[in-house]
Design a protein around this ligand. Structure first.
Ligand code: UD1
Ligand code: MG
Length: 432
């Protein structure tokens, strides 16, 4: 645990290049907001002191951050005068309390915890300033890092101020920087806004540090890890990279993905080994799948706990609040929501189960519907073990079906059924 280290997350920018009403850093990547990704990386790097610099109208952002890390300190930057000004707003909260600070941008969601730790450990070795860079040979508008003959960084040139020669430099600034806090305070107070954008650039801290003989070092990472999200296109690129990362991890953990590139996960999807996932499956948030399940093609699963050896799909929609015990089958065109299904039960075709409990080894026939909503409120259906619900049955909730019951096909059941009963609710046939 880094007890004397603080992460300063800059999130006061407007994100004006992103359309839509959701603030940029609350946009989702694999089901998790961009800022959540950054905070998760910081926490995994074992940093618990987090300061988030935000603008004055940032209620939704603060609500989201508090959910992830309740201890976050929020600092408001009233006017967006630049990244140095944003860090300055955080200084009073850390001066004399913290020794090291790592500055991160809220829109850089792919950063890995070990990289944050590398930035911090660079500061250990007599170094006051660490810069995280990456190489890019295509034209781009990142800040460019100039180095001396010994590859020590000496200056960052922002794109808006760079000469044609400087624009060709391949070493780009990711924006992530580590500082010793006492030096950071001194440097921040010396930064001015004499540049083309008239902004206070945090990146100017570097050449000021060099002038004052502080030691700076440059760490390089692969570009994928520090991609910033400014546009919807950027978000799509990050999603692709992130999905590939999860797919790789799943395969390494013994989850069989028959066509990895067609399976989409959420950042929190948890799947145990021995699970086989056929092509074209999507996982929403909060899914846990136990060992040896088979998830067949075109299924959409979210908010579900799935026991060992279950078979789901093809074409199943498993929704929020679904809990399956071991060896349950959910077949094609079946939708489940807020149901608990005990082991060995089968729901194989064309069925809706909502707000229901299904007992062990019960068989739910094709086209069974739990009519759980009367237009005003939701009600529960309980079906106990070893029962058989005939095809095309409507169960008008609230209703309870006992053990070892058989319901004839096409029945509409609106009253409870006792154990060991055969029920057929069907108009008599008339042949003329
Ligand atoms: C910044 C870097 C640049 C780097 C690039 C990497 C500076 C001066 N430049 O440029 O060298 O290559 O990131 O993506 O730092 N923010 C505030 N308050 C402000 C201004 C910005 O909180 O007043 C926040 C933004 O919300 C964002 C981050 O700081 O999270 C970076 O700001 P942005 O305007 O995107 O900087 P770039 O121009 O991309
Ligand atoms: Mg940016």
């Amino acid at each position: 645990m880094h007890i004397d280290t603080v992460a300063i997350i800059l999130a006061a920018g407007k994100g004006s290049r992103m359309s839509g009403n959701t603030p940029k850093v609350l946009q989702k990547l694999a089901g998790r907001s961009l800022i959540n990704h950054v905070i998760t990386a910081v926490k995994q790097a074992e940093i618990n002191n987090i300061i988030c610099v935000c603008s004055s109208d940032s209620q939704s952002l603060q609500d989201e951050v508090r959910k992830i890390h309740p201890g976050t300190v929020f600092v408001v930057q009233k006017k967006q005068l630049g990244t140095a000004d944003a860090v300055k707003a955080a200084l009073p909260a850390i001066q004399g309390v913290m020794q090291k600070a790592v500055v991160l941008y809220a829109d850089t969601p792919l950063l890995q915890p070990h990289t944050v730790n590398e930035v911090l450990s660079t500061l250990d070795r007599d170094t006051q300033l660490a810069i995280l860079g990456f190489a890019l040979d295509k034209p781009n508008n990142y800040g460019k890092i100039l180095c001396d003959e010994e590859s020590n960084p000496i200056k960052i040139c922002e794109y808006a101020d760079a000469s044609e020669e400087e624009k060709k430099i391949q070493a780009c600034n990711s924006g992530i920087m580590g500082f010793k806090v006492d030096v950071l305070s001194e440097l921040i107070n010396s930064i001015d806004n004499n540049n083309n954008k008239q902004e206070y650039y945090l990146t100017d801290a570097l050449h000021i540090a060099v002038e004052r003989s502080y030691k700076s070092r440059l760490l390089m990472v692969v570009r994928d890890e520090v991609l910033g999200v400014n546009t919807i296109e950027d978000l799509v690129v990050c999603e692709k990279i992130f999905q590939n990362r999860i797919r790789k991890k799943m395969l390494q953990n013994g989850v069989m993905l028959k066509a990895p590139e067609t399976v989409f996960f959420s950042a929190d999807t948890h799947i145990e080994q021995g699970v086989i996932i056929e092509p074209y499956v999507t996982f929403g948030n909060n899914v846990h799948i136990m060992d040896d399940c088979l998830i067949r093609s075109f299924s959409y699963i979210e908010g579900a706990q799935i026991g060992k050896g279950c078979v789901i799909g093809p074409y199943a929609r498993v929704r929020m609040g679904t809990e399956l015990e071991n060896n349950v089958h959910i077949g094609n065109f079946v939708e489940t929501k807020k149901v608990h299904i005990q082991s060995g039960a089968k729901v194989n075709h064309l069925t809706y189960l909502g707000d229901a409990q299904i007992g062990q080894n019960t068989n739910i026939g094709a086209g069974t519907i739990t009519c759980n909503y009367d237009g005003v409120k939701k009600s529960t259906t309980i079906i106990e073990k070893n029962s058989f619900i005939g095809s095309n049955t409507s169960l008008i909730a609230p209703v309870k079906i006992g053990e070892n019951v058989k319901i004839g096909a096409g029945s509409v059941v609106d009253k409870d059924v006792k154990d060991n009963t055969l029920v057929i609710v069907r108009p008599e046939r008339i042949d003329k």
